[in-house]
Ligand binder design. Sequence first.
Ligand code: ADP
Length: 520
Amino acid sequence: MALAEQAKRVADEFEFGKEDVRKAVKEFIREMDEGLQKDGAELSQIPTYVTAVPNGTEKGLYMAVDLGGTNFRVCSIQLHGNTTFSLTQSKVAIPRELMVAKTSKELFSFLAKQIEVFLKTHHEDHYFSHIRRRKTGDQIKEEEIFNLGFTFSFPVQQIGINKGLLMRWTKGFDIQDAVGKDVCALLQAEINELHLPVRVAALVNDTVGTLMARSYTSPGKTGTLLGAIFGTGTNGAYVEKLDKVTKLTSNKDAGDYDKSTGEMIVNTEWGSFDNSLRTLPNTPYDVELDAKSVNPGIQMFEKRVSGMFLGEILRLALVSLLKDPKIPLFRDENSAQNDVHSTTQIHEDSPLWKQWGIDTSFLSICAGDQSPGYRMTRQTLDKDYGITAVSAEDAEAVRVIAAAIGRRAARLSAVAIAAIVIETGRLNSSSTSAATTEKKESVEAPRGEGSSVADKDVIDVGVDGSLVEFYPGFEDHVRQALMEIEEIGEAGEKRIRIGIAKDGSGVGAALIALVAGRVG
Ligand code: ADP
């Protein structure tokens, strides 16, 4: 069989058609409901205690800190109240010895120290007037205290807007005495030791931050419905009716929260949608990727959708073709076609032979390559992947398979977006969310310029992450799939506006601190 036909055969394995999408949406909705009712469901549906989304008129100066894997970021955010903001930021690498310190105090006092340095550098007046007041015994003014949003990217069991118990460390951290403790309280204790005018007002999940940031900056009258991340991993958080979050409303031990809006943001943790593979596609490449991963059987949706995995799926698909010496992919025509390594143009140290060897950004290069004879794709294969003298036919074969993987990821992403749009009933209503007040101005028209979608009918979705930002045509594929879903159709698809939430983590955390400050 010619190479082109072989490539098409593999690409077809990644087909996720209209009926597949529809079935998966139904399953997603079922799992959403299940997760709202009980713990331990496939979709965790974690209540965040954030009960309102911003509308762009919020004002004030807030702080945000972000403890990711390698860096600690501190920033202050001035919300101007007209959907714009200014952000000042500093970043330090976390010393390795603190990641495995004997006591959590060592790590958290380091974090508090960074906040102090930041305040001294960027908010000198504020900092010193606070110190003066303390020395003279004058009363500390409430407005001098910074409300801070704490983005903490480790598994926590959130029990209040600024309370969360560390379940376990990941990403190389290991400080035993912190496990089971409230990380906000640990940080606050160290801030207090330094007498800083800072209150840890909110514990923030990055997806919720994306939703909040988008809702503040997005034009239009309605609040944002969904914040979604398509980066290394994938996840989404959305605005749910409080009375549907029964596992929270029926739990007498649940922490305090503002019930007046009748809504709460729920963190779906949709990376684990359909772990039992009722509706997700499962090619031989998906099976192999999962089997060789550190967490087989877990995060099955994420393994088909997010940046960490798409490059590896492509690699496994290409290696499967290379295993058959009769398939002329990357083959030197003049050599005997009987042994994989000796007859290919692939360097033996090529990343193509190593797990995680292909980065998902390569899929973006393939999808965006319009150069004659796919020069860009061929150059990248040569330069980054040690594959020399790639023919235009080879490049075309790689592109066809890569495109199929990217398209499938986008169509699966549409499943999650569609399920949330349908399940929340937004298609049936054009009313403003109860949790946000009306905006004065209305700017940008939703997708499909010149469309007749009234501002109040827009269903706003904020997204973040390199995949959605840089993969050419990702949104188009999402939209095509959205249109194919009966409940949405062309009319519904037009109402869905998808926009990037820039600087989501900082601004989002500030906005959650603001909301929390109002409540507390
Ligand atoms: P994070 O999710 O870790 O905050 P990003 O949103 O930048 O960070 O996502 C990083 C992931 O995106 C990595 O898995 C990487 O392979 C992938 N990626 C980076 N650049 C691109 C690109 N141009 N196109 C598609 N995926 C990309």
